[in-house]
Write a protein that binds this ligand. Structure first.
Ligand code: NAD
Ligand code: 2HG
Length: 666
């Protein structure tokens, strides 16, 4: 029985490479023909904390002890005993005896217990009902729990009643639970071992469970492998004995190439979040079942190259530079989320070439930047910062000199995108005259006036605020010449990107009095963490507000972003949708229902769609839906097909010349 290596998938060839040119496995992909295990393989599954999320006797206690003043105390004692039994600290018989003694339970409590347990079936078991039903002949539930509640739960998911091995309660005449059937081996130590030995299963045996008693079957030489099931509880003492760890049933089925409801187990998807991304994002990924690693600061290139190994989803903000070297070394990366607006810190071209989809949050912090800009404009034009500094030194300098209203002043906006336009509207509400210049022809909102050139805007404005994107061409957009063209005593703001302003030129303009006040939030070099000192020639200049790139750092904006970006990344991972991507052809796809989705990313050269469809034609595959979108660089073809198809189809699709990435979803 123990000589064979696990070989349960006769036809499934397992996960196939995501990246055409590598042998790695990626999320949401598999061989097409999962036909389930060979006949001679048996699956022995534990019940409490494996099939269900909870320990049934704990739940029974919660029901049976209602109204007792010492309920919480007793429940705690029951939990402690359960854990000690499960990790092998006390014998099972002892654990059962002690718990039944404390429970004070009655037959009438059982319906409520069953109802509660029905709602506590482990998520991955619920998802894989088809596997359980289709393989009912080979699945055994072996538990030291009690048939009275186990049978109704597991049979609801297709398990055969005669394959449930567990204890039975003993009741007194009044219906009180007094103990258990002592002749049953499962009420005794090493009971599962005795039971499996008696069953004498003729084939390979895989045991899935969270407890030490499950491991004992393997220890006794009666199972080929013991899988420590950790979806609900993690018991270090059990894990250290396991042949393998199964964070979910999906993971077990994937590892053994068995038919399953998810193309790739979510517990195998690794997420790396840098730069203090909002906790709501962590929560969203964890709820999805992904593995999440978080780091507070940014990483430099070499650190990131190390950290990105095995990572499928990377989340960053504005400081992490995702260079071509990083992208080239990322062995599993599928998608990047910029938890901010700007994406200039990411080499988008390299991402596109590798088939890595990038998403951002294009307007989740827009309002926060606008409010900061308005606040700073008022502070600067009133000369508040020097006055406040003096007050802190005890100087009372009451005067109106160099202090103005914003009403009637000309505000010049360079860049009339999301932030520029919103600032335009709010500034007009304060009575300012708005002028704007954008490289793209933009609709003027309200009474805003379009300038034909940057120079025109520079010459006319009393206050200039920079809101262009961070494209490379914008480096030093504002330098000596541009400051020279501005009005004397102009107020200047940069809350966009640091490299857009030539800092020595700005320092010079401030020192000469050309710029009477400046609000600067972004810098060509920004400290990687809050521990690093901020070094700049802008320090200690008069009437200059310096802020540490916090234009978008409000609780509201960060929470918005923390919700928005994971939403996009999850849609891409789970459904293939690229709507809102900054480098991929944008496709909003319908939810996947009853079919398999094949996603083909390729270089945009002529004839790929025809080649894809020729392959479908050759294998008589009926296409249920097909979507295509291209950009100059790449094409993205999504095809929904019926579930039956052969390995060759997948292989041929991957072998099409110019294929960048291929994956499957179901
Ligand atoms: N300080 C912060 O915390 C913070 C927060 C959010 C956004 N930002 C930055 O603010 C900037 C604007 O954000 P947005 O959401 O409005 O972006 P956006 O893409 O909506 O708008 C940018 C606009 O700038 C225009 N533009 C680009 N280059 C130009 C040039 N040389 N001259 C004139 N116009 C030019 C574009 O055509 C576009 O209309 C970005 O750089 C973004 O990264 C900073
Ligand atoms: O929060 C950040 O790191 C960046 C904020 C801002 O510059 C953006 O691009 O949205």
């Amino acid at each position: 029985m123990l000589t064979k290596a696990p070989n349960v998938g006769t036809a499934d060839q397992g996960p196939t490479p995501t990246d055409r040119n590598s042998a790695e496995r990626g999320p949401a992909e598999r061989g097409p023909a999962d036909r389930g295990p060979a006949d001679q393989t048996y699956f022995v599954i534990d019940f409490d904390s494996t099939f269900t999320k909870v320990e049934a006797l704990d739940v029974l206690g919660e029901i049976s002890l209602i109204g007792r003043p010492d309920r919480d105390d007793v429940l705690n004692q029951i939990k402690v005993i359960t854990d000690r039994g499960m990790s092998g600290e006390i014998s099972l018989a002892e654990s059962l005896r002690l718990r039944l003694g404390l429970l004070n339970a009655h037959r009438d409590h059982l319906p409520a217990l069953i109802e509660t347990l029905m709602g506590k079936i482990s998520d991955s078991f619920q998802r894989n009902k088809t596997f359980l039903t289709e393989n009912a002949d080979r699945i055994y539930i072996v538990s030291s729990g009690f048939k009275e509640f186990i049978v109704p739960i597991v049979t609801a998911l297709g398990i055969k009643e005669e394959h449930v091995f567990a204890n039975t309660f003993e009741f007194d005449e009044a219906g009180n639970i007094t103990g258990c059937d002592c002749d049953n081996p499962l009420s005794t130590d090493k009971g599962k071992v005795k039971l499996i030995r008696d069953l004498n299963l003729d084939g390979d045996v895989y045991v899935i469970g969270d407890g030490y008693t499950d491991y004992e079957i393997r220890e006794a030489g009666l199972a080929n492998k013991f899988y420590a099931f950790t979806e609900n509880v993690v018991r270090p003492k059990v894990i250290e004995k396991a042949d393998s760890i199964s964070p979910s049933l999906d993971d077990f089925l994937f590892e053994n190439k068995l038919s399953r409801s998810q193309s790739y187990p979510k517990s195998r998807i690794n997420v790396l979040l840098l730069e203090n991304v909002h906790p709501v994002a962590v929560q969203l990924f964890e709820q999805e079942g992904f593995n999440v690693e978080i780091r507070k600061g940014a990483l430099d290139e070499d650190e990131l190259i190390q950290a990105i190994q095995g990572v499928h989803i990377l989340g960053i903000r504005s400081k992490t530079q995702v260079t071509r070297r990083v992208i080239d070394s990322a062995n599993k990366l599928m998608t990047i989320g910029a938890f901010c607006i700007g994406t200039n810190q990411i080499d988008l071209e390299a991402c596109t070439e590798k088939g890595i989809a990038v998403f951002n949050a294009p307007y989740s912090n827009t309002r926060s930047v606008v409010e900061l800009a308005i606040g700073e404009i008022i502070m600067l034009i009133r000369n508040i910062v020097p006055k406040s500094n003096l007050m802190h030194q005890g100087v009372w300098d009451k005067s109106a000199k160099n202090s103005f209203e914003v009403r009637g002043k000309k505000l010049g906006l360079i860049g009339y995108g999301n932030i520029g336009t919103q600032l335009s509207v709010v500034a007009e509400a304060l009575g300012m005259e708005v002028y704007f210049y954008d490289v793209v022809d933009k609709l003027a909102l309200g009474n805003a006036r379009k300038c034909k050139s940057l120079d025109e805007l520079l010459a006319v404005s009393d206050i200039i605020s920079l809101h262009t994107d961070g494209r490379k061409d914008n480096k030093n957009l504002i330098s000596y010449r541009e400051f020279g063209m501005m009005k004397n005593g102009v107020i200047f703001l940069n809350l966009s990107r640091g490299h857009i302003v030539d800092i020595p030129a700005l320092v010079d303009a401030i020192e000469r009095g050309k710029v009477a006040g400046a609000g600067i939030d972004v810098f060509p070099y920004e400290p990687k963490t809050n521990q690093e000192e901020f070094m700049s020639d802008l320090r200690n200049l008069p009437n200059v507000i310096l802020t540490p790139h916090i234009g978008g750092s409000t609780e509201e904006a960060q929470e918005n972003i923390g919700n928005f970006v994971p939403g996009k990344l999850l849609e891409y991972i789970n459904n293939g949708s690229t709507y809102g991507s900054v480098n991929f052809p944008e496709l909003q796809l319908p939810l996947l229902k009853g079919s398999h989705r094949l996603l083909h990313i390729h270089a945009n050269v002529p004839g790929i769609l025809a080649q894809i469809n020729n392959i479908f034609g050759k294998y008589h595959i009926n296409i249920q839906g097909q979507y295509l979108k291209t950009t100059e660089q790449i094409g993205y073809v999504i095809t929904d097909i019926a579930k039956d198809y052969s390995d060759e189809v997948v292989q041929e699709l991957k072998n099409i010349d110019n294929t960048i990435k291929f994956r499957m979803l179901y």
